[in-house]
Structures are given as C-alpha cells and as structure tokens.
Design a protein around this ligand. Structure first.
Ligand code: TPP
Ligand code: MG
Length: 477
C-alpha cells in the first residue's frame, strides 16, 4: 500500500475518534442535538466545528439548495443571529447544514418586454415616453441600417469589398440602445453595432469610405471593412479580437468617474465574448472600482458556429452579474421599446450611483456570422426562417408605430426607396475615389516617424519598385 494512502487512513481514523468523543461530550452536556438543531450562542468555536463535522460524518449527508425556504435553516439563522463573524472576505452567518448554492434556479430570470411579437403593447406594461419624432427617427434608422446591411452584403458577394458583417435581426439592440444614450457616452463596440454609429451621425458616405478604404476614410484605409471608429462621435474603433474592448471600457469609465463627468462608457459584446477571460476581468474591475459602465451583451444564440449551449451552463449571461456584485437586467433585444427603456434606466443608475450595469439582450443573429461564413452548415434554415418571419424587430416596431398612426405604407415605400438610392449612390462614389497613399501606412502613431518605421517604408517601396505588378494600381506611392 503506498505510504500516502496509509497515512491518510490514519489521519481519518484519528479525526473520527476525535469527532466521536467530542460529539459524545457535547451530547452529554445537551449542547448539540443529533437532529441537527442549533447550539447555544455561548458554545465555543471548537465545539461548533466538531458539531458540524459530526453531522456531516456520522449522519446521512443532506444537501440543501440555498434557495429552498427550509424551516430548519430559518431556526438556525435566528439562533445564530448573534454569531455574525466578519471574515476579511465576507460577512456571513454560520450554518451546520452542509448546503450548496444551486447551480441554476428553477425559475429562469424573466425577460423584460413591453411589446408582444405583433407589436401590440402588453396589457399593463408601462411604455416609455417616446415622442412621435423620436419613434419615427428610431424606425427610420433601423430601416436604413437594414438596407445598408443588405446592399453591402451583396457588394461583398460581387467582389467589390473584401468583407462585411450584417446586424440583421439585431437592429433594435443597436438603435434603441443608442437612442437611450447621450452622445457624451463613450462606445466600445464589438463589430455588430453599426446601427449605434448610424444613430450618432456617421453618414452613409462615412460607412462607404471606410468599407472601400478610400481617401476620405478617417482611418486612412488602414483597417479591414466594418472596423469603423469615430473620435468625433465618441465611438472607439472596432477591434474584432473578441472581448478586448471590455477592460478598456472599464478603464475609460474609471477616468470618467475621476473627472466627475456626467457620462458613462458602453461596452457591446456577444454571448461568445462572455467566454473570454477579458469579460470576467472587466466585470470584476468594474464592480470593485464602482465605475459607470454599461455592459450590453447581445446574446444572439451563436458565436460563429458555436451555439450558446456550448458557451455556458448558467441561466444565460444575466446571472453572471450577481456573482460579480453587478446589477443586471435581462431584456427582449427584439423589442425596441423594452430595449430603449432598459438602457435609459441602466444609464441613469450607472451615472447617478456610479456603478456598472449588465444588460443581457436576448436576440437572434439572422444573417451569417460574416461574409466569410455559411451558417446553413451548422444551423437549420427553418430556425433562421422562423426568427426572420416571426420575430423581426423592425417589423415589430413598425407595427407599433402604425398602431399609433405614426407610420403607413406610403411612408414605408418612400423611406425604403430613398435609403436604397442613397446607399447605392454613396457606394458607387466611394468605390472610384482614390486610395490613401502608401506613406499613410507609417503615420499617426508616433509624433515623428521612428527609424524602424522609416526602414520598413523604404523596404516596402523597394519591393514595389521590383514587383510593380503586385502593387495595387489605385494606391498612390
Ligand atoms: C480572441 C478571439 N478569439 C477568436 C476570434 C474568432 N472569432 C471572431 S467572432 C467570434 C465569435 C464571437 O461570437 P459572439 O461574441 O457571440 O458575437 P456575434 O458574432 O454573435 O455577434 C470568434 C470566435 C476572435 N476574433 N478573437
Ligand atoms: Mg453571438
């Protein structure tokens, strides 16, 4: 028999003997009951420890979920009210029942919604105050976003741009959250939030310049298509490295707090983003630093081909907030009004109380992950079609507008035709504009270009001179 097993047995035996003798002693003094009831407050810590050990070693183990309203637990709590002990890491009471926290609640966190799937207000729901002009602007932005996404998707398929990401199915999360924020709030996007930028005033020309990487792109053509950014609009440049924007948003929120600004930071991310370490680090930092940041998770059920069921075993994302001490909401991300009202309330709390808030917006990614993906390979067409036909957030909001007599078929046709025309016109123009010069590749990071970048530029130029046919003819040297 290996030594360590024998040694462990000896330790167990002596522990059991010690437990038995202590239990006998305690029972004689009538200070501990086999039934597992409490002990007098005067009992010392050693006795308590052995009493607890005796229950778990010598009687059948009972595992009680902490959410079960157990009468014995209540008695214990009353008996030990004076027994509070402040550990450096927690303030808590004692129990001698070996209990666990249930891994998942029997009642899932309900999802906040105000409109049903047909766009009718739910009985008794308190709708946010939205003026006609705001409601119409939100709808128009969603419709323009949808038009832009469809046309750019086609443009990629025609080989005119190299890459595109649509937000089809997630228009309400984009636009309603943007509408509930202030332009002073700093946005840290993932990559499927172009509707937030559109709402803030990024023009169709700006989108086109970025996607076609032309001379008018404020990023000077240095990013892949859809990696938008705008200093003027407080929109940090997209980085598609999943999750990296989350700690950044927390750091920036800390700086807003120190500067006593009346603004918050807003980090958008997907369900897949919550599997990154950065998500957890960001949540914890935000909680302990008490900073005004909104974590808006677009839980669309898929992280490329990985379904949400392979992403977590918890009740979605919303419950993760509590573990970090963060107040959290679960909202129907396809309900424009609910999304608007939730983000508005969350923003107020974040700023007035200087606290982070987590919002899990439930939705569905109707399009492929990106133009590099074919989602029919890993999910059923029926699933996609069902969401498209029954749960489209744009149609749902339109029905609500129509119910208020704020929108009709004529306005719809006019808007769609104008949007289509503008997207195509800006796209065609952006395509023929000249590209930024090669030298721009080496600028804007350092005040003056350092030697190693000068050397790299010289190397690129000599390569182009040697292989002129491999250099794109529309990029000036
Ligand atoms: C750190 C990192 N790992 C992996 C990838 C590859 N990748 C790109 S998007 C993506 C899935 C993200 O899913 P989710 O966060 O749910 O966002 P969604 O695409 O559904 O909007 C992955 C794994 C990446 N870009 N960065
Ligand atoms: Mg996702």
């Amino acid at each position: 028999m290996p030594y360590h097993i024998g040694a462990r047995r000896a330790v167990m035996k002596s522990l059991l003997q010690s437990v038995r003798s202590n239990v006998r002693e305690a029972s004689t003094r009538n200070k501990c009951s086999w039934a597992g009831l409490g002990w007098p407050a005067s009992q010392n810590a050693m006795e308590r420890r052995y009493s607890m050990t005796s229950t778990s070693f010598l009687s059948a183990r009972r595992y009680l979920g902490s959410q079960v309203d157990h009468p014995k637990r209540q008695q214990q709590t009353e008996a030990h009210e004076k027994d509070f002990l402040h550990f450096p890491g927690a303030k808590t009471t004692f129990t001698f029942s070996l209990e666990y926290i249930k891994e998942i609640s029997e009642d899932p966190v309900p999802c906040y919604r105000l409109l049903n799937d047909h766009g009718d207000p739910i009985d008794g729901a308190e709708l946010p105050e939205i003026e006609q002009s705001l409601g119409v602007k939100m709808y128009e932005t969603m419709a323009i976003l949808q038009t832009m996404d469809n046309l750019y998707y086609e443009a990629q398929r025609q080989g005119r741009i190299s890459f595109y990401v649509t937000s089809i199915g997630e228009e309400a999360i984009n636009v309603a959250s943007a509408a509930a924020l202030s332009s002073d709030d700093l946005i840290f996007p993932q990559y499927r939030e172009q509707g937030v930028l559109l709402w803030r005033g990024f023009t169709l020309k700006d989108f086109a310049s970025q996607c076609f990487a032309n001379d008018e792109d404020s990023g000077k053509g240095r990013q892949m298509p859809v990696h938008y950014g705008s200093k003027k609009l407080n929109y940090i440049t997209v980085s598609s490295t999943v999750g990296t924007q989350l700690p950044h948003a927390v750091g920036a929120a800390y700086s807003l707090k120190m500067a006593k600004e009346e603004a918050c930071t807003v980090a958008y991310f997907g369900d897949g983003g919550t599997s990154e370490g950065d998500f957890h680090a960001a949540m914890n930092f935000a909680s302990v630093l008490e900073v005004p940041v909104l974590f808006i998770c677009r839980n669309n059920g898929w992280a490329i081909s990985t379904p949400a069921s392979d992403q977590y075993r918890s009740d979605g994302v919303v419950v993760k907030g509590q573990a970090y001490g963060i107040r959290s909401f679960r909202v129907d991300g396809n309900d424009t009004l609910a999304m608007y009202s939730c983000v508005q309330a969350a923003r107020k709390m974040a700023i007035e109380e200087s606290r982070p808030i987590l919002i899990e917006a439930l939705t569905y990614r109707i399009g492929h992950h990106t133009t590099s993906d074919d989602s029919s390979k890993y999910r059923s067409i029926t699933e996609m079609e069902r969401w498209k036909s029954l749960r489209d957030p744009v149609i749902r909001f339109r029905k609500w507008l129509e119910g208020n007599a704020w929108w009709d078929e004529v306005a719809e046709r006019r808007l769609r035709a104008t949007a289509r025309n503008e997207v195509i016109t800006t796209m065609v123009r952006a395509e023929i504009l000249k590209k930024p010069p090669l030298s721009d590749l080496f600028k804007d990071v350092y005040d003056s270009v350092p030697v190693h970048l000068q050397e790299q530029e010289a190397y690129v130029r000599s390569t182009v001179t040697r292989h002129p046919k491999d250099h794109p003819s529309d990029v000036p040297l």
